[in-house]
Design a protein around this ligand. Structure first.
Ligand SMILES: C[S@@+](CC[C@H](N)C(=O)[O-])C[C@H]1O[C@@H](n2cnc3c(N)ncnc32)[C@H](O)[C@@H]1O
Length: 268
C-alpha cells in the first residue's frame, strides 16, 4: 500500500491522492488552466509543512496533462456518444469529475469511484454538501483482491451497457500479477467496445525509488510490450508517450505512457 500521512482529522489518507488534488488546485489558479477543479483545494487540505520539506514535488505537470488528456480527448466524446453508460474510476482518489465535468449532464451516466476506505471516508465527509452531476456510487476496497467486483454488481453495475474504465495513476502501485488479473476481471464484465484508459511507467522509473511517487512504484513496462500485455486480457490498446500531449509542460521525458483502447469481444 502507498505511503500514508495522518491528517488533522486523525484519518489515514493516501498522500499521493492529496498531492494530486493539490496539483489540481494549483492548476485551477492559473490564468489559462488545462483543467479547473473547484473542489481540489478543499480536498487537498493543508500540505504546507509536507511541501516545505519536499520542494521537488510541490508542483507536477504530469497528472494535469493526464487529466486534460482523459477529459478532452476521451471522456467528453464518451459522454456525448453514449446514451447510457457507466464510468468506473479505479483508484479514484480525490477525483471530482462526478461534480465538475459538465458533459456528464448529457445522457445517462453513472460513475463508480473505487478506492481504499480511508480515502473514501475522507472524501465523503468533505464532498457531502455538494451534489454530483450524475449518479455516483462509491465503493471502498483494496484493489489487491477482487471483492469490489461483487460490490460493484450489487451497486447497479450493468453488465449490458458499455463501461469506460479509468485507471489513472494506479497500475504501477499494484503488483504486475495483480494488474494482469485485474485487467482480466474487468474485461469479463465489459461489453464489446467498452473503453479503457490507464497509464504506465517504464521499468527504470520503478527502480529509482525517489520521492513520494516512484518510491512506491512496484513495476514498469516498456512501451512496446504494453499492447501484448493488455491483449492477453482482451483489451486492444495503443500507447503514446505522455510527452506527445505535454502542451509545454514537463511530463517525464518519455518515461510515462498513456494507454487507450477498447474491449475486443463481448463479455467472456
Ligand atoms: C496517484 S493516486 C491517483 C488518484 C486519482 N486517480 C487521481 O488521479 O487523482 C493513486 C490512488 O490509487 C489508490 N490505490 C493505490 N493502491 C490501492 C489499492 N491496493 N487499493 C485501493 N486503492 C489503491 C490510492 O489510494 C490513491 O487514491
Amino acid at each position: 500500500m502507498e505511503g500514508r500521512i495522518i491528517t488533522s482529522q486523525k484519518e489515514g489518507i493516501t498522500l499521493t491522492a492529496r498531492l494530486m488534488a493539490h496539483y489540481r488546485a494549483q492548476e485551477s489558479k492559473l490564468e489559462n488552466p488545462l483543467i479547473i477543479d473547484p473542489f481540489a483545494k478543499l480536498l487537498a487540505g493543508d500540505l504546507s509543512t509536507y511541501l516545505k520539506n519536499h520542494i521537488r514535488v510541490s508542483k507536477m505537470d504530469y497528472p494535469i496533462v493526464r487529466s486534460y488528456y482523459i477529459e478532452n480527448r476521451l471522456l467528453e466524446q464518451w459522454c456525448r456518444s453514449h446514451k447510457k453508460s457507466q464510468i468506473v474510476l479505479l483508484g479514484s482518489g480525490l477525483d471530482t469529475r462526478a461534480y465538475r465535468f459538465q458533459p456528464l449532464r448529457e445522457n445517462h451516466h453513472i460513475i463508480f469511484e473505487i478506492d481504499q476506505e480511508g480515502v473514501n471516508n475522507y472524501k465523503k465527509r468533505i464532498m457531502t454538501p455538494f451534489k454530483p452531476l450524475c449518479k455516483l456510487k462509491r465503493i471502498s476496497s483494496n484493489l489487491n483482491s477482487f471483492e469490489w467486483i461483487k460490490a460493484l454488481k450489487k451497486e447497479d453495475y450493468n453488465l449490458n451497457i458499455p463501461t469506460f474504465w479509468i485507471l489513472e495513476g494506479l497500475l504501477y502501485y499494484l503488483r504486475k500479477e495483480t494488474v494482469r488479473a485485474l485487467l482480466t476481471e474487468i474485461s469479463r464484465i465489459s461489453t464489446l467496445n467498452s473503453q479503457i484508459f490507464a497509464d504506465m511507467c517504464i521499468p527504470i522509473y520503478a527502480e529509482v525509488k525517489v520521492g513520494p511517487f516512484s518510491k512506491y512504484f512496484k513495476w514498469g513496462l516498456d512501451k512496446n510490450k504494453i499492447p501484448e500485455f493488455f491483449k492477453n486480457s482482451q483489451w486492444n490498446v495503443s500507447c503514446k508517450w505522455a510527452d506527445t500531449y505535454d502542451r509545454g509542460r514537463d511530463v517525464g521525458q518519455k518515461g510515462l505512457i498513456f494507454i487507450v483502447g477498447t474491449k475486443m469481444t463481448d463479455k467472456q
